[in-house]
Design a protein around this ligand. Structure first.
Ligand code: FAD
Length: 335
């Protein structure tokens, strides 16, 4: 049974060793939070159980209507959940965790509706906040949830001190508002900006875009920028272009994902792309990276519908059915 400490704050290598040790005896595992981290944890533990010494009963508890909903389109969240269920993972959505029960060790997870779910091991994949105590003690400006305050050059309130990565405040590339996005790709970009500025080349961050990719079972899902619901919350009216096509050509080739789908969101007022979502084969991650650069450069549907791209029978859709181009064409027809 896993030891459970209310003061535990960080994911540390020692915590992972503890997790491995706990998995040797645990059977009922509850993952709190169906975001990327929770979903990937659940998937990997379930796989370990199927190939290891004993199977686990893994349950994801998510308070939103679907897992991955903060980053992905609802229909792709449903596909991800189908894959998780196919791997025998239980999913409880619209369920808010209220407390962990147990004395020295956790024994159950209590939900807001009063349900108590027995658990040998609980993994919490929610609400990570950077530890910025050191910066605060040094007197740097900080926002307790957002991190160490930085400007576009990654300078803190002391111009000789820079901050980058999860510990630094961010703003959204699309809305300009404070952003909670914390990603390795954003951290690396910010680190490069800070380092360049320290050495005299002036570089500015354009804000956090949020490009995500994951693989759940046999399905890869990737997203960049806004979802339809996030756009609605921001009162950004969007035109949506969609395309579904095989990711190889012809579709009968081995390893083909017949239903690879791309969904693109363009602002109705300016025409600029503000979001893109991909579900299908492993090329989803690279395809979303094309979409990410299009968002960065504010390309419109016409520009993407006439884009030029590489194709190969074993690697991509047919030149006539390249997903991003087709989805953009679909959107262009609606403007
Ligand atoms: C389980 C998990 C999966 C993830 N998967 C992805 C993914 O697939 N793609 C993606 O883009 N992002 C992913 N992320 C997010 C990504 O890991 C972070 O955004 C990224 O690591 C942030 O980089 P960083 O350098 O700011 O911080 P970190 O990677 O946390 O590095 C900070 C380092 O500083 C050290 N440190 C802290 N305090 C001190 C101190 N006082 N003195 C000296 N050293 C100190 C820490 O030990 C650590 O090594 C994932 C995160 C988690 C937790």
């Amino acid at each position: 049974m896993a030891t459970f400490s209310r003061s535990a704050k960080t994911l540390h290598p020692a915590a992972l060793q503890q997790l491995y040790a706990a998995l040797e005896t645990a059977r009922k595992i509850i993952v709190i939070g169906g975001g990327f981290i929770g979903v990937e944890m659940a998937e990997q533990i379930s796989l370990m159980g199927k190939t290891g010494q004993h199977p686990f009963e893994v349950t994801i508890i998510e308070m939103l209507p679907h897992c991955l909903m903060l980053a992905c389109e609802e229909e792709f969240c449903v596909q991800a959940e189908d894959e998780l269920r196919r791997m025998d993972i239980n999913i409880m959505t619209n369920s808010r965790v209220e407390a962990l029960e147990g004395e020295k060790t956790v024994s159950a997870v209590k939900l807001a509706d009063g349900t108590s779910l027995p658990a040998d091991l609980v993994i919490i994949g929610i609400g990570a906040v950077a530890n910025i105590d050191l910066a605060v003690k040094m007197g740097l400006d900080a926002d307790p949830r957002g991190g160490i305050q930085v400007n576009e050059y990654m300078q803190t309130s002391d111009p000789d001190i820079y901050a980058a990565g999860d510990c630094a405040t961010k703003f959204s590339l699309i809305t300009g508002k404070p952003s909670g996005i914390r990603l390795a790709s954003v951290a690396c970009s910010e680190g490069m900006i800070a380092a360049s500025n320290i050495y005299g080349t002036t570089r500015k961050t354009m804000g956090a875009l949020g490009a995500f990719a994951t693989k759940i079972g046999n399905r890869s899902i990737a997203a960049a920028g806004l979802t339809t619901s996030a756009a609605a919350k921001e009162e950004i009216e969007v035109i949506i272009g969609e395309a579904t096509a095989p990711n190889r050509h012809p579709g009968g080739l081995p390893g083909c994902t017949m239903d690879m789908k791309v969904k693109l969101l363009f602002r109705k007022d300016t025409g600029a792309i503000v979001g893109g979502h991909v579900s299908g084969g492993e090329s989803a991650a690279d395809m979303v990276n094309i979409i990410a650069i299009a968002i960065q450069d504010k390309l419109n549907a016409e520009q993407l519908a006439t884009m030029q791209y590489a194709t190969h029978p074993m690697l991509t859709a047919s030149p006539l059915a390249y997903h991003v181009m087709l989805a953009a064409e679909n959107a262009a027809l609606q403007f």
